[in-house]
Every structure is written in structure tokens, then in C-alpha cells.
Design a protein around this ligand. Structure first.
Ligand SMILES: [Zn+2]
Ligand SMILES: [Zn+2]
Length: 236
């Protein structure tokens, strides 16, 4: 994948809104999530040593809302059940669905974990005070997420060479990688990749080179201009 997402929580707060309609059987506890998302765009450039730099693409931001009834509010007394409920809720919110919220993409604790910790602590406190049973709670969770989409030009370039160039060297070939000089048949590295100039290298060897240069390491064939971040294409 040439685009990775880095997600961080810019702000998280909650409010517990007291429910007074105790006689109304249709009312149960509920959670309302209001989430603001700001997307920023960056690229790791060819010759950029792997460091992401911000693209000129303007930030995009939007707000999305979701409310869910929680018929059995005893789930808030159990951290794991609370986390799972919030996780499901976030994953199903229409304007969050396109973001990859998997745990690896978060800079720190994922939002569902942090929000679950907060609501769970509140529930435990209420329970210790003897106020939990029979009460109804409406939680308003306000979340502000910052998502940085990082396009990797070196990764995209390796992919573009594999897709756009006739691949003539098989993984079992006796030919050697032009960078580490090991034969591909030894199979200790990644699969061979032919560049448009036909020189072949292990994918991981040539990827490392593209962080420092934009030419074939053997013949200096110029490989610049073959890839661009999807958002720069949109802006063009
Ligand atoms: Zn190699
Ligand atoms: Zn070459």
C-alpha cells in the first residue's frame, strides 16, 4: 500500500446528560458521538530519506454524528464491552467508514479505547455511589480526529515498475541483484523487480535506494515523474 493513514486524537471530551423521563419505558441509555475529522496530506518523496513532508493539497475536514440506544447500560461497568460497543459504533459511522481505523494506524491509544476508559470510569464511580441501578444515562462524546494520509513515492514507484514493466527475472533466477549482488535463486530477499531499463533488483533493495535517489542504481536511468499521490492527480 502506497498510502498509509496516521490517526491521532486532537481532542476527546464527554458530557453526561441526565435523563429525567424515568416513567417513559421507551427511553433507555444512549451514546451520541459527534466526530470532527481533519485530513492532512503528506508524501515521502523520492530522495527524501523517508521523511514525510506536507503536500500543498489543502486540508479537508468534516463532522459526522451518530446516536445509539444502549438498552443494557450495565455494559459500561465492563471496560471490554464498552470498548467493543464504541468501536462498532465508530466503524459504522458513514463518514468514518472510508478511513482505516485499525489499531496500527493510531499514533497512540485508539479513540474507542480512550472513550471507553472515560465512560467506564464514570460508570464505576456512579456504581460505587449506589446511583447506577435503575438510572438512565445519555453520553455525549465529542471527538476530534486528525488523520494524516502519507503517500510513499518510493513504494508506489516499486509498484509502478512491477505493473508497468515486463518482468523478465523470476524469483528462482541465477541472476544477481544489482545492489546486494546476491543471486535471486538464494531466495533470502524479496522477489526481483525489473525497472523500465530492465535492470533487476530485490524489491526491498531498490525500495531502500528510492528513498535516496530517483534513478536506476546501475545505469542512472531517470525514474522521476512516474508516480504521484492520488490527491495531487485529483488537483491537477
Ligand atoms: Zn538485493
Ligand atoms: Zn538500469
Amino acid at each position: 500500500m502506497a498510502v498509509e493513514a496516521r490517526i491521532s486524537i486532537a481532542d476527546l471530551s464527554y458530557k453526561m446528560v441526565p435523563e429525567h423521563k424515568a416513567g417513559d419505558l421507551t427511553t433507555c441509555s444512549s451514546v451520541h458521538i459527534r466526530c470532527k475529522v481533519t485530513v492532512k496530506y503528506a508524501s515521502r518523496r523520492l530522495r527524501g530519506n523517508g521523511k514525510p513532508v506536507r503536500d500543498r493539497q489543502p486540508d479537508k475536514s468534516w463532522t459526522t454524528d451518530e446516536s445509539r440506544p444502549v438498552p443494557d447500560h450495565s455494559i459500561f461497568l465492563r471496560y471490554e464491552d464498552t470498548r467493543r460497543a464504541l468501536q462498532e459504533m465508530l466503524a459504522s459511522m458513514p463518514r468514518l467508514r472510508d478511513l482505516d481505523l485499525s489499531p496500527d494506524n493510531w499514533e497512540a491509544e485508539p479513540a474507542a479505547e480512550r472513550a471507553a476508559g472515560t465512560l467506564h470510569r464514570f460508570a464505576r464511580g456512579e456504581n460505587e455511589q449506589g446511583r447506577w441501578t435503575g438510572a438512565r444515562y445519555r453520553f455525549e462524546v465529542h471527538l476530534s480526529l486528525e488523520v494524516t494520509l502519507v503517500f510513499s513515492e518510493p513504494r508506489a514507484l516499486v509498484g509502478a515498475c512491477v505493473e508497468g514493466t515486463m518482468q523478465t527475472v523470476a524469483p528462482g533466477s541465477d541472476e544477481a541483484c544489482g545492489i546486494c549482488l546476491e543471486e535471486f535463486s538464494k531466495g533470502r530477499g524479496s522477489d526481483p523487480v525489473n525497472l523500465p531499463c530492465e535492470h533487476a533488483f530485490h524489491a526491498h533493495c531498490v525500495l531502500a535506494c528510492f528513498y535516496k535517489g530517483n534513478t536506476c542504481p546501475v545505469c542512472r536511468h531517470d525514474l522521476s515523474g512516474l508516480v504521484a499521490a492520488p490527491w495531487t492527480k485529483l488537483a491537477a
